[in-house]
Design a protein around this ligand. Sequence first.
Ligand code: 5AD
Ligand code: SF4
Length: 372
Amino acid sequence: MKETKNILTKASVNRENLIHFLQTEDTEEHQALLAQARSVSMQHCGNAISLRGLIELSNQCRKNCYYCGIRAGNNKTDRYFLSDDIVLRAADYAWKKGFGSIVIQSGERQDKAFTDHITDLLEKIGSLTHRELGITLSCGEQSEDVYARWKEAGAHRYLLRIESSTEDLYYSIHPRDKAHDFEQRLRALENLQKLGYQTGTGVMIGFPGQHAGHLADDLIFMKDFGIDMVGMGPYIPHPDTPMYALAGSIPGESRRLELSLRMIALLRIMMNDINIAASTAMQTLDDTGRLQAILAGANVFMPNLTPAEQACNYSIYSGKPVFSDMAESALLHFEDQVTEEGYIINYHKWGDSKYYYRRIAGEKQEEHEKRT
Ligand code: 5AD
Ligand code: SF4
């Protein structure tokens, strides 16, 4: 790879500069930013891209986020819940193919039947794969007790997007009620971190009312919180949602993709060794979206393992690639593309966040110093 010039140093990361790089219309500056992030990623995370086989367990959701196609208020969606048999087959596939880890994602439910079901599934997957398969959960806000039980049952990473770290903006895309409480979401993230999960968050990029200042604040929030991993991507309007009415006011597709790439690049420069996912939504806007994300500093790829029949109902936004994405050939195609760029796929590894281990070691050191 060519030597790259650092256009943003740690010392020069501040709100003003972040806004500048999110807004710049200078294509050379854009390219230099992405090149720097890629070089930081190579240096701190290496050239191995980790896999997460994505299993979309259920689209049943009690919430009503204004932007999401599987919100409770959308009665045009057929609701499903994958049987244990299907989930275990997907996990077995991921394990045998050497994916190293899976993500179980679901709409949000907090009833006991659901939380017990997840515990049970985690245990079943653990015994099927001799606990060799890493498991990330993304099942929304839960009580501390539930998070603790799921951890005990075998989950070790958790993804809960903050969506926006600006409270007012958060409430412009969620109902202002008890089920969508901003403070509660923050508490949930804190609980996950406290319980020892590798904790991930993320935001949507380019939704109505969001400006560069909000995105800069999101990056600063992630850094200050000490997140271990991130999944963020462009907002994609879904016709069966209230927010669709505002679709005319958002930046165009190429601008949203560009902004998403810059967000990845900036975060990589700010947090050198966290895990950053190349999100599926990037691919929805551009056939090479996820490859571009990798080249901007992402290091995690999530092939979808949900069977086609159900995956088409897990439509959080329209145009989400499902059928094409699921086949093994999609991974092989991706592998070909990234190999050409000097990367390899991290088969058979959990692909944990290096930052997490540094963070934990730092906390232990701090505790030790307090005690002595
Ligand atoms: N566009 C992009 N991302 C979306 N999500 C939900 N709806 C949309 C949309 N219309 C994302 C949210 C959520 C994750 C499951 O999917 O960030 O956390
Ligand atoms: Fe439910 Fe998540 Fe969609 Fe909100 S974003 S409606 S919590 S699935």
